[in-house]
Design a protein around this ligand. Sequence first.
Ligand SMILES: [Ca+2]
Ligand SMILES: [Ca+2]
Length: 78
Amino acid sequence: MKKVLITTTAIFALSGPALAALSDVDTDGDGVVSFNELLAVYPTLTEEGFSAIDTNDDGVIDDAEMTAAQEAGIIPQG
Ligand SMILES: [Ca+2]
Ligand SMILES: [Ca+2]
């Protein structure tokens, strides 16, 4: 598990502004982050990168997935 995470980080680490909270990128305020919302902040985001963050594969990033992605270094941490 840890090895997979490190590999994922190396491939999908995003460069851009650090996010303090999910609400910083949740522009429509529905409590989750869609691909387009994250793409607006991180133009280098790919669908593969989004899938790497969306670990339960429901098509959106929730608070727990955002935190995990920050801890893994995929999303810059505020
Ligand atoms: Ca949203
Ligand atoms: Ca998800």
